[in-house]
Design a protein around this ligand. Structure first.
Ligand code: GLY
Length: 358
């Protein structure tokens, strides 16, 4: 059979419904689980602080008035992104090792099976909206670095300095405490002199926060965003899990959505969000699916280093309005999420499976 013949054969086979047989034991992914019926809207975020709560309040107004899940998650993500006091996301995020803030974000719309993302984008406060623009205004899924910035500017996004004085100050302190043997810091004769003086010599730890926002609207459509400034002090050019579809975020309109925060390197290798959504498709609750992802990652590392426990947090929701949250190793903040439903706003407490990071 020629290539063309073979392609035609496959196309016709799928059209005739023989696709399921060709795909073996896969469920029919074309049929939404609650097709044809409305849903109770719900929106959740991995952030439990005041900004996260305010984000859910404002995003909820969109859902409550019959708006789209996609608009709601963007609204919620933007509120966190422009908060200068949040050092893990958007404006005010901590920079890379060179003192430059490079942001990663992804957006996925279950209704249209579309996704967009940006990585290492600089000088834009709301990378999640750029990710949405990539999704809606290009035939691509991911843009990076200078190309992502140029695209954002072409779409009307404002290019501006997003390194706040506070974030710069933390970065300067990190640089001065990297090594006692380099030239950063006060003159050597002023360091550690008796009687005090010199710079603050407390080590500055790295930080990898992120925000996930996931929603189901009254039409039963699902959308999600994950956005972050990534691991602080990262090697310039490093990309984490947040803009990788399937890693930091995954949405399936027939099942629900999942998102990850914490050490992206662990999440990227496991495609944890895709894994969680797959587990939910198989009938696991969002809570069970998040815990399954943690067990899966821990087991894989066990074979290599029995003492290593990664630091991650997963959140998920399904189309029935159930939510889940699980965390390990002290990564990604408390094992909880903020949710808003027709019943109001609450905090959902998840599980901490491997709380101690060794
Ligand atoms: N989860 C965010 C990052 O590792 O970049």
């Amino acid at each position: 059979m020629s290539t063309l013949d073979r392609r035609d054969f496959l196309r016709h086979s799928l059209a005739a419904g023989a696709g399921a047989a060709a795909l073996g034991r896969l469920p029919d992914l074309s049929v939404p689980r609650n097709a044809g019926r409305g849903a109770n809207p719900i929106i959740i975020t991995s952030h439990t602080n005041e900004t996260g709560q305010e984000a859910m309040r404002q995003a909820w107004e969109i859902l409550a008035s019959g708006g789209m899940a996609l608009d709601a998650v963007e609204k919620g993500a933007n509120i966190v992104e422009v908060d200068p006091n949040d050092h893990s996301v958007g404006y005010g995020g901590l920079p890379n090792a060179a003192g430059v803030v490079q942001l990663d974000a992804s957006c996925m719309d279950g209704k249209t099976y579309s996704a967009g993302s940006v990585a290492c984008i600089e000088n834009i406060k709301t990378p999640s909206s750029v990710a949405r623009a990539v999704m809606e205004h290009t035939d691509h899924v991911m843009l990076v670095g200078k190309g992502a910035l140029a695209f954002a500017v072409s779409m009307g996004f404002k290019e501006e300095n997003i390194l706040t004085p506070e974030a710069r100050e933390i970065w300067i302190r990190w640089r001065e405490n990297l090594s006692p043997n380099d030239a950063y810091g006060p003159p050597v004769y002023l360091r550690n002199r008796s009687g005090g003086g010199g710079s603050d010599r407390r080590p500055v730890e790295s930080h990898h926060g992120t925000v996930n926002v996931l929603a189901v609207d009254s039409n039963g459509d699902v959308a999600g965003i994950t956005t972050t400034s990534g691991l602080s002090w990262k090697v310039p050019g490093r990309v984490g899990d947040s803009p990788i579809i399937g890693a930091g975020l995954y949405v399936d309109n027939s099942v629900g959505a999942a998102g990850a925060t914490g050490r992206g390197e662990d999440v990227m290798k496991s495609l944890a969000s895709y894994f969680i959504v797959g587990r939910m498709r198989d009938g696991r609750t969002p809570q069970q699916a998040c815990e399954d992802a943690i067990e899966m990652i821990v087991q894989r590392y066990k074979a290599v280093n029995i003492d290593y426990v990664p630091g991650e947090k997963f959140v998920a929701l399904n189309k029935d309005g159930e939510v889940g949250c699980a965390y390990m190793g002290g990564g990604g903040g408390p094992p909880a999420l903020t949710m808003h439903t027709p019943g109001g706003q609450t905090q959902y407490k998840g599980t901490s499976l491997y709380p101690v990071r060794r």
